[in-house]
Design a protein. Structure first.
Length: 332
């Protein structure tokens, strides 16, 4: 402002939230993040939308800065969930490949009852589980039979629930083999598993004690069929040895309420990541990795809780602009 009396120019300081936001306010900033993250839009597509629909000409470079602001606003809600993971009673975990500058990374998915967290890491080993969940994780981890989970169980005495759906797939594979002994062994196992799931589906009419007793008898019958009278073939022997070593971890759901027999929850949660990978072709920097894992976490968690992703982004950005703690992703 120019003062005609003293012929000087005075500049009043802008509110901190305005300085932090720059050209865009919280809602427009959240809209850019929504288009980029939820809609898989490229920076060029977002720029065209803002130009043609909202009549706001901005550069792709500035849009990248806007997305970086949203990523910073999501850091605190993300880290709050990360700190809660070791305290969960039940978790489902899965992992899938991730490209970063043509280098192979891994996206880990940790699904709790009320939230889902994604973590991008260069490793697919048990070291990631040790870093995220620690050596004293006391819950039950639902997962597939991948070696990282078995190492985590072996080194830290962790309780696992191996995915029965994957095991059934391996049993059905026996039915395709040329050796009749493998096929007969596979059919015997499959019939035991069918009986087990028949009991689960008929749970309604049975009293709790009777249902539990029937379920345990069906489990014991599957294990008996799997480990007794095993044909002397390589495929059947491998499957039998697996259940001798880890039979308890395939049927932990029988005696642990709330534990799912399959790992479908984590596999369903990670599908969006696979779709995003096909569309975006991955990331190019550590900054991009942090954006992806935080945004995917918000999207999956809001879906679980029936919340609006856009509303959460708007609140997170507004509070970050005002230097206030971000909203929580933990369901109240």
């Amino acid at each position: 402002m120019h003062c005609p009396c003293c012929d000087k120019v005075f500049r009043a300081p802008l509110p901190p939230a305005v300085e932090k936001g720059g050209l865009f306010g919280p809602k427009l900033t959240a809209l850019v993040a929504f288009l980029k993250g939820v809609c898989h839009a490229s920076y060029s597509t977002v720029r065209k939308f803002l130009r043609d629909v909202l009549h706001l000409p901005v550069s792709r470079g500035y849009l990248a800065k806007v997305v970086a602001k949203v990523s910073a606003a999501l850091q605190q809600p993300y880290e709050e969930l990360l700190a809660r993971l070791p305290e969960e009673d039940r978790l489902n975990v899965d992992e899938t490949g991730h490209k970063n500058n043509q280098e192979l990374f891994w996206t880990w998915c940790f699904r709790a009852e009320l939230y889902t967290l994604f973590k991008i890491d260069p490793s697919r080993s048990a070291d990631v589980l040790l870093e995220v969940l620690g050596e004293e994780f006391n819950g039950v981890l639902g997962c597939d039979y991948f070696g990282a989970y078995r190492r985590y169980m072996r080194e830290c005495s962790i309780r696992l629930q191996f995915c029965l759906a994957h095991f059934i797939r391996d049993v059905k594979y026996l039915l395709t083999l040329p050796d009749a002994r493998d096929r007969a062994y596979g059919e015997r196992l499959l019939e035991g598993l069918r009986h087990l799931f028949r009991i689960i589906h008929e749970r309604g009419p049975w009293p709790a004690e009777m249902f539990q007793a029937r379920l345990e008898r069906a489990r014991d019958e599957v294990l008996r069929r799997a480990t007794g009278d095993v044909p002397a073939t390589a495929a059947a022997s491998r499957l039998a040895q697996r259940l001798r070593a880890h039979g308890a971890s395939y049927f932990r759901f029988v005696t642990t309420p709330g534990v799912e027999p399959t790992n479908n929850l984590a596999e369903q949660a990670i599908r969006f990541v696979v779709i995003d990978r096909l569309i975006t072709q991955g990331t190019r920097s550590d900054t991009g990795q942090r954006w992806c894992e935080r945004m995917w976490t918000v999207m999956a968690t809001c879906a679980q809780q029936g919340r609006s992703v856009y509303s959460f982004l708007s609140a997170a950005v507004a509070q970050w602009f005002d230097a206030q703690p971000g909203p929580s992703l933990v369901a109240s």
